[in-house]
Design a protein around this ligand. Structure first.
Ligand code: ADP
Ligand code: MG
Length: 597
């Protein structure tokens, strides 16, 4: 074929393909226009996943009679004049491409009346070509109807997702814009049925309740970077909601981000949120979050992608940090007091209620010495004792009792399967995984000592040696310092032999050689770079080994010891690896299970 310049029609169709990928993209662009027009009410109706019909009505400014045709031309916009304007753009649109693109690939009709006009205009286009135009009576605002999307692009039609996938996508778009603009009253109708409605109250919480449901909303905590005083004057501010650790999802698609009212996709910032849940969520589980990021318009480049879903920040690190810190603080604050706050506990309706006072009955044996002392004391007292007694003292002594309570007082009922502790609390039944719970207790203890730079309690061994492979020996050499920091003192004794001088006190009962072998194994499979990370991994390993195991029968006193200390952990609901430590069944749930209500 000889070289020729493409006709305007083909150019428009190619460009349209970039902006309008699927029915949901039409909904997004048309809603953005309605928002830009200053609408207070936006009504979206679709049928058959939007492929057959998308109708969006708004009560915004409307379009001037002599500009309606222009609005459907490529690069026709009322929102931008010079490229410099982009630096301070306040509208969602600016490319002047959406209406032209949608019209090029559908049968479109528009009815619009500008607020300064006495009558409206109705216009129809087929594949971008004007087929009908007349003056009509209409309220101020704009109605856009898009029918038979991609009827003239058979290739695109073939690749459309299923109707239900498209319905979900469209619902996602409408609810997200409703969250970003809580003062606008949105309604979404699918195949004649109302699917979603926001009340336009201006409160983000109201929209989050509507879009996630009240049950999920009850498990969200408020995030606001302004709560951090030193952060008040920062140019980057965030606010919104993030899930408590008990609410999580299998993928990251439930993390929604907006920048200056624009819904964006940004894998780095999504990661900032996921990181904020470090050790609080199981691996492979992701939080739910709705966060609004506000930055000065000049610190944001929105002209990165045709669908405007990607943006660039002038200071991406500051945005990352602000998000991570604010979310972490909100979630940790919550985890500290998941059920009990100022003597109150959160009931099934998410309301705070007066907690019954169990203190006289159960809070008996909290000791008030320093935790470091406990550990050492435990070693001295128990080194010669029976293993069983050692276990008892280890459970009862190692956590810091001075810390604030994070769980309501629980009463130990008994043990199931030598693995779970059954307990009763003011909010119902608690099943506690003894190993996970003890791991959490030991981990926080260890981290506390470590952070305070207190020497990690150790016990010394009479010369035990361990022989390893050359590769393993190099690994030990490399991490000798880190190992020492967490209580392992090893000395080289010949090329591939080490003397084990001491182990962390928690592992007093363990076989030193076995422990070191497990540690080597961890180091070999460690893919986390950086010093701190290795130490954290070592600490987790030590705690895992030291914690009581599933299969270990515990005395009532031992179980109480675990529960009392778990009640004062910072994050009592998960083990250091992020698995849950407990299952809670409220009295209401129990009643429901038994068919009592
Ligand atoms: P952009 O939004 O990038 O300007 P569009 O093609 O989406 O480009 O829209 C073109 C123009 O049509 C807009 O700049 C605006 O002036 C006008 N317009 C589109 N939709 C509406 C609406 N719902 N209400 C008022 N004006 C609208
Ligand atoms: Mg637009």
């Amino acid at each position: 074929m000889p070289i020729e310049i493409l006709s305007e029609k083909v150019v428009t169709q190619i460009a349209a393909g970039e902006v309008i990928e699927r029915p949901a993209s039409v909904v997004k662009e048309v809603i953005e226009n309605s928002i830009d027009s200053g609408a207070n009410n936006i009504h979206v109706a679709i049928s058959h996943g939007g492929q057959q019909l998308i109708k969006v009505s708004d009560d915004g400014s409307g379009i001037l009679e002599n500009e309606v045709e222009l609005a459907f031309m490529r690069h026709a916009t009322s929102k931008l004049r010079n490229i410099e304007d982009l630096a301070s753009i306040q509208t969602l649109g600016f490319r002047g491409e959406a209406l032209a693109s949608i019209a090029a690939v559908s049968r479109l009709s528009v009815t619009t009346r500008h607020k300064s006009s006495v009558a409206g205009i109705e216009m129809k286009l087929e594949g971008g070509k004007l087929s009908h135009k007349k003056t009509v009576g209409a309220p101020v605002g704009t109605v856009i109807i898009v029918e038979n999307l991609f009827y003239n692009m058979p290739a695109r039609l073939k690749f459309l997702k299923s109707e239900s996938a498209e319905k979900r996508q469209i619902a996602g778009i409408v609810t997200r814009y409703a969250m970003a603009y809580p003062h606008i009253h949105f309604v979404l109708e699918q195949d004649g049925r109302e699917f979603f409605r926001s009340n336009g109250s201006g409160q983000l919480a109201d929209v989050v309740v509507k879009s996630l449901g009240i049950d999920h909303f009850k498990k969200m905590v408020e995030v606001n970077s302004r709560d951090e005083s030193y952060h008040e004057s920062s140019p980057v501010q965030i606010h919104g909601y993030a899930s408590e650790p008990s609410l999580h999802r299998a993928d990251r698609s439930h993390i929604t981000l907006f920048v200056n009212g624009r819904w964006i996709q940004d894998s780095k910032l999504t990661y900032a949120i996921i990181q904020a849940y470090h050790t609080l969520l199981m691996t492979g589980r992701y939080p739910v979050a709705v966060l609004m990021i506000d930055v000065p318009p000049e610190d944001l480049d929105v002209n990165v992608h045709p669908t405007k879903a990607e943006v660039r920040f002038r200071n991406p690190n500051l945005v990352f940090e602000t998000i991570q810190r604010a979310v972490r603080r909100a979630v940790i604050d919550f985890a500290r007091t998941p059920l009990l706050r100022n003597g109150q506990y959160k009931n099934d309706q998410g309301l705070w209620e007066e907690a019954p006072d169990y203190s006289e009955q159960f809070d008996l044996d909290l000791r008030l010495q320093s935790p470091g002392q406990h550990a050492r004391q435990a070693i001295i007292n128990n080194w010669s004792n029976e293993p069983g007694e050692y276990l008892d003292s280890r459970i009862n002594n190692l956590a810091s009792p001075i810390r604030p309570r994070t769980l309501p007082m629980l009463r130990v009922v008994g043990q199931i399967g030598a693995a779970y502790i059954v307990a009763e609390g003011p909010a119902g039944l608690y099943l506690i995984d003894q190993h996970a719970a003890h791991e959490r207790i030991l981990y926080e203890q260890f981290v506390l000592d470590y952070a305070k730079q207190e020497p990690i309690a150790q016990f010394t061994l009479s010369a035990q040696t361990i022989n390893v492979s050359p590769e393993e020996a190099r690994l030990i050499e490399e991490y000798l310092d880190a190992l020492h920091m967490v209580g392992f003192k090893l000395e080289q004794f010949g090329p591939n032999t080490f003397i084990i001088r001491s182990l962390p006190a928690m592992l007093a009962e363990d076989s030193p050689v076995e422990v070191i072998k497990a540690i080597i194994d961890d180091l070999q499979h460690s893919d986390i770079p950086g010093h701190g990370a290795i130490e954290e991994k070592l600490i987790k390993r030590v705690c895992k080994r030291a914690a009581v195991k599933a299969g270990q029968i515990l005395s009532h006193k031992e179980m109480e010891g675990i529960i009392r200390q778990l009640e004062r952990c910072q994050s009592p609901l998960t083990c250091p690896h992020g698995r849950p430590t407990m299952i809670h069944m409220s009295e209401q749930q129990l009643a429901r299970e038994f068919g009592r209500k």
